[in-house]
Design a protein around this ligand. Sequence first.
Ligand SMILES: [Cu+2]
Length: 71
Amino acid sequence: MAKQRFSVPDMHCSACVMRLESLEDELPGVKQVKASYHKQEMEVEYDESKLTLEDLLEAVQKKGYHPQPME
Ligand SMILES: [Cu+2]
């Protein structure tokens, strides 16, 4: 299981948090998504045997956001 934090600068309200957290149910391999509107960050726990970082970035971008992986 991998954990990755992303900066999501275009998250602008609590509805964004819910949209991002819905990836948990929509994307196979995602175990947990924690998004913070105040920090403009999200943390994703995922199974790297089912999902790559690129898949994850693409899914978030499809929702209209521009995630930047953090260290
Ligand atoms: Cu919003």
